[in-house]
Design a protein around this ligand. Structure first.
Ligand SMILES: [Fe+2]
Ligand SMILES: [Fe+2]
Length: 580
């Protein structure tokens, strides 16, 4: 810095850019700077050898033509302490990826409007560079200039030594990742900053390869890599580590930050629609997390080994979850003997067992679904009722921000809620006339019968409870347990709402009512606080509006809001996520 001014070197081939830079970085701006503009890379090389600059901006076109390589090498050789930023007219994902692979800092979007806050953006980049902070793409920059030569071996995918990019996915290779871990770990220990590692494996990918073929599997892997790339910070190093394994290095992130990131990735991954042509594929991911210095590490490779160890635990305990290494290591409560064989072997068998359990779970669910189909085939009035309830219940659960596991349990519980009716005699089940008192009493046993059918299936215990209570009323007047308010499981309260909605709407449609959806929604509101949890009703009405099944004019929202406001426990959260 000279005379209180920053010095900025710009490589830009457009003559009109000079005026814009000078205007944005003039003496009165937030980041007053001396700007030197060159139109060629060789000239820029000469300049950086002759004097020092505080920042280096290069037009992205130079990077596309690979002219920036000698600049990067010079900066590396001369160990120049300045942020290096590529300027681009639009945010360009491919360019960002290529820049990152080359070890460049970040992209700076330079459309006309962006010149307005150009000075403050440069100032932020500079400050964060000085502090060593790394931020999101397009926002700020941090530079990594260190690139050592890799070893002479090919990595497990057969990449050449020094190869940075995995050909299939376009993200870093396994060998480059290991190299970067060594560098970041050494730097973290030297300068006392945290560094974390996430290890990820896509759940049940083997089934995808077997069912859809390896080519489809490859396309999905590429999509997964793109997904990770979009959901990580520019400073994170993302690599394909094994056939379906990915690893992410998070410099400057401690346990808390890296766990937040891992949880966010897990949730978004499960909610993401991966596409195979026109087909949508939903996937989940298991993650292990390790962090330095919070985990005691003696070797540079421990960061990878520990996070991978935690991943094995995630897979062995049900998948689609995040595990911290320190929780794998610390067994609370009592001392256990140290095993004489490697824990990885135990975890491997746990993983195999969990695969068998998962297959059994799918089998049980298929059998239960077949029963529901048999029931709905008997009574054409109820055809599709379970599926419709499951669809709406899932929308409500997702709107409430429920975990993937809870959403799944509620969806399945809704699908199976009337499964107990399969035990009721056809004379009663299919009787077209009104049921007698005794017949009605028999019919009322179907929640308990459904519970008895599902309860022995270990994987459907949560669902069994929802089925048992789906006819409870919010005011305690329902059956079979006469539970009241929040004592009724939330899943059962949701099923109660969607069950009644679909039944009323289907009946309305049968009798050719003009607005069966509107009428069914009004009925839910009328019985809010009596039969239904008003907060669930409100969420459901919102879902119907968002899905345009109910127009704003169809229903007066104010009435419902007033009703909800009268509730004494309205401040209690409707859903509290379970921690893993
Ligand atoms: Fe029912
Ligand atoms: Fe039902």
């Amino acid at each position: 810095m000279e005379d209180g001014f920053f010095s900025v070197l710009v490589v830009d081939s457009h003559p009109e850019s000079a005026a814009l830079f000078e205007k944005s970085l003039c003496a009165g701006s937030e980041f007053p700077a001396h700007v030197e503009i060159t139109a060629s890379v060789p000239e820029a090389l000469k300049k950086i050898k002759m004097r020092s600059y505080d920042m280096f901006l290069v037009e992205a076109a130079f990077h596309r033509s690979q002219e920036t390589a000698p600049l990067l090498d010079s900066i590396h050789t001369l160990e120049l302490p300045m942020p290096f930023v590529l300027m681009t007219p639009i945010f360009d994902d491919k360019l960002l990826r290529a820049a990152k692979q080359a070890g460049i800092a970040n992209l700076l979007v330079m459309s006309e409007n962006h010149y307005d806050d150009f000075a403050s953006r440069l100032k932020r980049i500079h400050e964060e560079f000085k502090k060593g902070v790394r931020s999101k793409p397009g926002e700020a920059a941090f530079f990594d200039l260190t690139r050592e030569k890799s070893d002479n071996k090919r990595d497990s995918f057969g990449h050449e030594p020094g190869s940075i990019m995995d050909e299939l996915t376009g993200i870093c290779t396994h060998s480059y990742f290991q190299q970067r871990v060594v560098e970041e770990f050494s730097r973290a220990t030297r300068y006392k900053y945290p560094v974390s590692c996430l290890f990820l494996d896509i759940d049940h990918f083997k089934v995808i390869n077997e069912e859809k073929g390896y080519h489809a599997g490859d396309l999905l892997l590429r999509e997964c890599a793109d997904f990770l790339f979009e959901n990580c910070r520019i400073s994170d190093v993302i690599a394909r580590y094994g056939s379906t394994e990915f690893s992410i290095l998070l410099p400057f992130s401690n346990y808390k930050e890296s766990m937040e990131m891992a949880r966010r990735i897990r949730l978004r991954f499960a909610a993401h629609d991966f596409k195979l042509g026109v087909e949508i594929v939903n996937l989940s991911v298991s993650i292990g997390v390790a962090s330095y210095p919070e985990d005691t590490m003696s070797r540079r490779g421990d960061l990878i080994a520990f996070s991978r160890h935690a991943l094995l635990r995630s897979k062995a305990t049900g998948r689609n979850r995040v595990t911290q290494y320190r929780h794998v290591e610390n067994h609370p409560g009592f001392e256990i003997p140290v095993p004489k064989i490697e824990e990885s072997r135990v975890l491997e068998f746990q993983r195999k067992l969990s695969e068998v359990v998962e297959l059994a779970k799918r089998g049980s669910l298929e059998a239960a679904r077949a029963l529901i189909q048999a029931l709905e085939t008997k009574d054409h009035h109820t055809a599709g009722h379970g599926t419709m309830c499951a669809k709406y219940a899932r929308f409500i659960a997702e709107t409430l921000g429920m975990s993937v596991e809870d959403c799944e349990a509620i969806e399945q519980g809704s699908l199976l809620h009337d499964i107990g009716k399969i035990c009721v005699e056809d004379e009663i089940l299919l009787k077209p006339a009104k049921l007698t008192f005794q017949e009605y009493e028999i019919m009322k046993q179907h929640p308990y019968l459904g519970y008895k059918i599902l309860r022995p299936i270990r994987f459907l215990r949560e669902e069994a409870t929802y089925v048992l209570h789906h006819h409870e009323w919010f005011n305690g007047e329902g059956y079979p347990g006469r539970l009241k308010g929040n004592d009724i499981p939330l899943g059962a309260r949701i099923i109660s709402v969607v069950d009644s909605f679909d039944t009323i709407r289907a009946a309305g449609a049968r009798y050719k009512k003009t607005y069966p959806t509107c009428e069914a929604a009004q009925e839910l509101v009328r019985y809010s606080g009596i039969q239904f949890d008003p907060r669930v009703v409100k969420v459901f009405i919102d879902v119907l509006k968002v899905r345009r099944e109910l127009s704003a004019g169809d229903y007066d929202q104010v009435l419902l809001d007033q009703k909800i406001a009268e509730l004494p426990d309205k401040d209690e959260p409707l859903y509290v996520p379970r921690e893993f």
